[in-house]
Design a protein around this ligand. Structure first.
Ligand code: DON
Length: 390
């Protein structure tokens, strides 16, 4: 077992004994699940899937579909258009709250049921089948394999989904949903009934972690800006009325579902997913949350603690027959440009009068516009001749 998989297995063992909470039962079919299922997976930048526990068990995606359908709709309509029908504010309320903005009928955000139904209502298509197919195609691209709907869970959810139907009727009365209510709601029930494993969810999370490119298939699924927008909303709204404390403790954008899945994203590092059906009072998996929190802690993944890489570019100085070459790689943000300039200033000051310094920036993985402007303009002020190749 490689060291990362061993770490995952250790985390799983550490939380295995926690049997607090109970599986969701308001959707009757979900209550039939084995409550002891437990699984955990991560996917890193090279697309290697590492997973432990019941990683082959399929379960319905439920609310974890919401960020991906949001991505689908954002890609088609753009952020401004989507925000006219659904907000981006944490509601501080349970996921199924009957609560819409005073006057406009706009739901608080796309992660609560009302907002997700409004989002699904924006998926184009003449009937439920074609709308479901376009959602399935996008979720499958995020997962890197063809996904399918669990018909039993769908029927169970549709036959007991009066609260969601009521929300949709209310939103249609405000013009938030244009489509007939059934088109929006039945598509929403079908999207929630899509079957996944913890490995699928980890790949889906990793596609968001790597700016919309699925690291397993290498396919671009959505533009980087869409992935960023989805992660922003997950950061503030993904864990419902626990979202604030989650960000405080774990520091990663995340999304939970009532079947027991939890998905979290460490941008540029990992996609993470966990599965355990027993839920707490917010509708979030008890052990799923514990797994992600433990991993974040042990691997130093909290987004708001200092991450040096953005301010520490790699600077490699070598002597060649053409003179001294300074190779830059990694990420060049504003703080990084300052550090590079300190090194270059020293080298330029020490260099003989007629020497040419070659600064090679072609291996920079990522540059930020303000950093490049600062670097170029400061280079001109240094003594001697400096050539900058980008
Ligand atoms: O609409 C519902 O109630 C379910 N299909 C999804 C809710 C859900 O997953 C909430 N998450 N914790």
């Amino acid at each position: 077992m490689d060291p990362i998989t061993a770490l995952l297995a250790q985390v799983l063992d550490d939380i295995r004994g926690d049997d607090r909470g109970a599986p969701a039962s308001y959707i009757p079919e979900l209550a039939t699940v084995d409550p002891d299922h437990l699984a955990f997976g991560v996917v890193g930048p090279r697309g290697r899937i590492r997973s432990v526990g019941d990683d082959e068990v399929e379960f319905t995606i439920q609310s974890i579909s919401k960020p991906f359908v949001l991505a689908h709709v954002l890609a088609q309509r753009g952020l401004s258009d989507v925000l006219t029908r659904v907000g981006a504010e944490p509601s501080g309320e349970p996921f199924n709250a009957i609560s819409l903005e005073e006057g406009t009928g706009r739901p608080a955000n796309p992660m609560v049921n009302a907002g997700a139904i409004a989002t699904t209502g924006m998926v184009p298509g003449d009937d439920v089948a074609s709308r479901t197919e376009s959602v399935l195609a996008t979720l499958s691209a995020f997962a890197g394999r063809r996904l399918r709907v669990d018909e039993d869970v769908y029927h169970s959810e549709s036959s007991t989904g009066d609260r969601n139907r009521a929300l949709a009727h209310l939103m249609r009365s405000y013009g938030i949903i244009d489509a007939p209510v059934d088109l929006a709601v039945e598509t929403y029930f079908r999207q929630c009934s899509i079957l996944v494993t913890v490995r699928d969810l980890a790949v889906m999370a990793s596609t968001l972690a790597f700016g919309g490119v699925n690291p397993v298939t290498g396919d671009r699924v959505v533009q980087e800006r869409v992935a960023r927008d989805v992660l922003s909303i997950m950061s503030s709204c993904g864990m419902y009325d626990f979202s604030g404390e989650w960000m405080l403790r774990v520091g990663l954008p995340a999304k939970s579902g009532v079947s027991g899945g939890v998905l979290a994203v460490a941008p540029s590092q990992f996609g993470v997913a966990a599965f355990s059906p027993r839920l707490d009072e917010h509708g979030n998996s008890v052990r799923g949350q514990a797994i992600v929190e433990t991993l974040s802690d042990r691997m130093g993944m909290h987004l708001l603690e200092p991450h040096e890489s953005i301010s520490q570019p790699i600077v490699d100085v070598s002597e060649t027959s053409d003179g001294r070459v300074i190779r830059l790689s990694g990420e060049l943000g504003f703080a990084a440009a300052e550090r590079v300039l300190v090194v270059l200033r020293d080298l330029a000051t020490m260099a003989p009068k007629d020497a040419v310094l070659l600064v090679d920036g072609r291996e920079l993985a990522r540059t930020h516009p303000a950093a490049m402007v600062a670097l170029r303009s400061e280079l001109e002020l240094l003594p001697g001749t400096i050539r900058f190749v980008e």
